[in-house]
Design a protein around this ligand. Structure first.
Ligand code: GLP
Length: 270
């Protein structure tokens, strides 16, 4: 696990965007795993700003990490809406190459006629894994970090061997995401890539900003490995970069400063 600490959220967004764009430039058929949440918003903004050439995103294939269950695709709180707002409307990407787990009841019944809602969800999860495999697997996956150490929507206790599945969200995660729902009614369930699905990605970049993530970052840096702290599964992966800003790294500097190789806020050259 490599660590990089940059000055602030703006520097992190810049660095992450250029990691993404450099990868796509070198391998135009890259398969990306993409996160949602507040942390990657700035990365998407930077990607969009630096990706004016229509060929920039041309043959990339994307798989989102997760989606809520039980709300329409175009609900303002859905991760599908999020991705179109923050990225897909700003870059030229082939719609056929965009994949987001489907949790919209109406669309699911169209996709899987004759199946009950629960059966359709299960089938969607299986198909999602299959689509990732058919694309050749994830090449580069970006992750956010939940305050309780969740990655994607894999809450504490999720088995490290898990594949794409439906999960009950914890109250703390629902509260943390309430701001994205105008009525603050956050769905109770979500679909998420499993921990094994994520760890199969060839490269992983975990992003964390702000003091609210400092405790989770500190726990990650402690090196403990256990299913009650989902992000710790990343310790078993050979190519993980943890990219944080100074505030998120605050706790680590106190406890294990030797793990850090601060690289300052200098924008990554392109
Ligand atoms: C949600 C998402 C996660 C994300 C996490 C942190 O639970 N499903 O993928 O990493 O929130 O979000 P934020 O970046 O808003 O703190």
């Amino acid at each position: 696990m490599r660590w990089e600490v940059v000055e602030d959220a703006a520097a992190l967004s810049n660095r992450a965007a250029h990691l993404l764009l450099d990868t796509v430039e070198q391998s135009p058929r890259t398969v990306l795993g993409l996160p949602t949440g507040r942390t990657p918003e700035g990365m998407y903004r930077e990607v969009a700003r630096n990706c004016r050439d229509p060929r920039c995103f041309g043959s990339v294939e994307t798989f989102n990490l997760d989606e809520y269950v039980g709300i329409p695709l175009d609900h303002p709180g859905s991760y599908s809406s999020y991705m179109w707002t923050h990225l897909f409307s700003h870059v030229e990407v082939d719609r056929e190459r965009i994949h987001i787990p489907l949790g919209d009841p109406e669309r699911l019944s169209e996709r899987f006629p004759g199946l009950s809602f629960e059966e359709a969800l299960e089938r969607e999860c299986r198909d999602y894994e299959e689509e990732i495999r058919a694309a050749g697997g994830l090449d580069l996956t970006f992750l956010g970090l939940g305050r309780n150490g969740h990655i994607a929507f894999n809450e504490p206790g999720t088995p490290f061997v898990s594949r794409t599945h439906v999960i009950e969200l914890t109250e703390s995660t629902r509260r943390a995401n309430a701001g994205c729902f105008p009525d603050r009614e956050v769905p109770r369930r979500a679909m998420t890539m499993g921990i094994a699905t994520i760890v199969d990605s060839k490269r992983i970049v975990l992003l964390a900003t702000g003091g609210s993530k400092a405790e989770a970052v500190r726990r990650l840096a402690s090196g403990e490995i256990g299913e009650d702290f989902p992000a710790s599964a990343l310790h078993r992966h050979p190519d993980v970069l943890v990219l944080t800003d100074r505030e998120a790294a605050g706790g680590v500097e106190m406890h294990s400063a030797s793990m850090l190789r601060p690289e300052g806020a200098t924008p990554h050259p392109r």
